[in-house]
Design a protein around this ligand. Structure first.
Ligand code: SAM
Length: 308
């Protein structure tokens, strides 16, 4: 399905919970408010089933911290049974050392692990938790389990700016496939943390100098730099960036049962909680959800647009 701005819908991002064991000072909470846990496994899978009918072929699980959902492996298994070829998750990695084998077995294809520091001190300053070493163990386990490509997310801000260059070295030493250097955006706690924002210009200049190749990814038209070591460095700059929005192929399912068409927007949201919780037969729910998806696609629009 293509929206009226010519953007195909291909990716479903599901917030599984708002519960988290870290307290990152900039957390955007996926642009959501409301309850900590809303939908059960069957409700989530029903939405994913309908999404697939609209041509969506990849699912990203997020949170809060998705590994805190006890039914995470069952949800992954259910998504694979629906035929999703690409099921991935973004996690803080705290529980990954123990969980990675179970998630791989359930069918998880690949993983993004947030690591916003290269030292214990900075890690604690950002997440509020002294868990740098534990997350590194989790990353190693994800690599061993073959949850590839293993990608690390690093949200650049004034507390970790001095470590951004060292982060590239650490990623290469660990043997991960890709890193995402992400611009902090003013959503959720990111609004009050925005005084610690950096625009990534210097970092991107440096990376473009040491890269052997540059590509543009179809998703969000993100620039990707390939280093001689093979490490891929993606620079993710969504804020006030019409090019990023023009390449957005994503729709979100929030914890409280809403189809959210944009991280930044409070409007253009379709509330499907009533459909999911109502005492209707499954086929009726499916039909109503199809209509909800059609409306979501019809109203979907880029947050940042070029103005003439
Ligand atoms: N707890 C998981 C984690 O830490 O990856 C999943 C949830 S987290 C909200 C998903 C991703 O959003 C992480 O990579 C995180 O660092 C990033 N993120 C959170 N707040 C952000 C902000 N204000 N600006 C940019 N990225 C942000």
């Amino acid at each position: 399905m293509i929206d009226r701005f010519g953007r195909p819908l291909e990716d479903l991002r599901i917030t599984l919970t708002h519960v988290c064991n870290f307290q990152c000072f900039f957390c955007h909470m996926e642009g959501e408010e409301g309850m900590e846990n809303g939908l059960n496994k069957d409700e989530i899978l029903l939405v994913a089933k309908v999404a697939k009918k609209f041509g969506i072929n990849s699912v990203k699980l997020t949170g809060g911290e998705p590994t805190l959902r006890r039914d995470l492996a069952e949800i992954i298994q259910g998504l694979k049974q629906l035929g999703y070829k690409d099921v991935s998750m973004t996690t803080n990695g705290f529980l990954l050392k123990d969980l990675a084998p179970k998630l791989k077995l359930a069918g998880l294809d690949r993983i993004n692990i947030s690591l916003h520091a290269v030292s214990r001190e900075t890690f604690k300053k950002i997440t509020g938790v002294d868990a740098f070493d534990k997350v590194i163990e989790g990353i190693k386990e994800a690599i061993d389990e073959g949850l590839r490509p293993v990608k690390l997310n690093f949200v650049v801000n004034k507390r970790n700016l001095a470590e951004a260059f060292k982060f590239i070295e650490l990623a290469q030493d660990l043997g991960v496939d890709e890193i995402h250097l992400i611009e902090l955006h003013p959503v959720g706690l990111g609004k009050t943390a925005f005084n610690e924002h950096d625009d990534l210009t210097k970092i991107e200049e440096y990376i473009s100098k040491i890269a052997i190749k540059k590509q543009i990814r179809k998703k969000h038209f993100r620039p990707r730099y390939i280093l001689s070591s093979g490490l891929v460095v993606e620079v993710v700059k969504p804020y006030a960036n019409p090019i990023f929005c023009a390449g957005c192929n994503r729709i979100r399912l929030s914890v409280d049962g809403k189809l959210k068409t944009c991280l930044y927007r409070e409007d253009n949201i379709i509330d499907i909680l009533d459909i999911l919780k109502a005492n209707y037969p499954k086929d009726v729910k499916e039909e109503l959800l199809e209509r909800a998806f059609m409306i979501a696609i019809a109203i979907r629009e880029p947050n940042f647009k070029y103005k003439i």
